[in-house]
Design a protein around this ligand. Structure first.
Ligand SMILES: [Zn+2]
Length: 67
């Protein structure tokens, strides 16, 4: 699981890469912000699932990674 900050609304969310098909065959797959639905593509041989952080996790992330 990775945590990334949305470039549009600046809120963090977690990204899981699921269903990886193995090496090769990577294609641009959408990553959608769960807060504002901003979407961008990143190459992957799987699919990205995004999740909002809990209020506590979000607060902790913001403290560790100030904007
Ligand atoms: Zn966003």
């Amino acid at each position: 699981m990775e945590i990334e900050r949305c470039s549009a609304c600046k809120r963090p969310y977690s990204i899981d890469e699921i269903g990886i098909r193995g090496p090769g065959g990577s294609e641009p797959e959408p990553i959608t912000c769960p807060h504002c639905a901003h979407t961008y593509n990143q190459r992957s041989s799987g699919t990205f699932r995004t999740h909002a952080l809990s209020a506590e996790q979000e607060k902790e992330y913001n403290e560790k990674h100030p904007i």
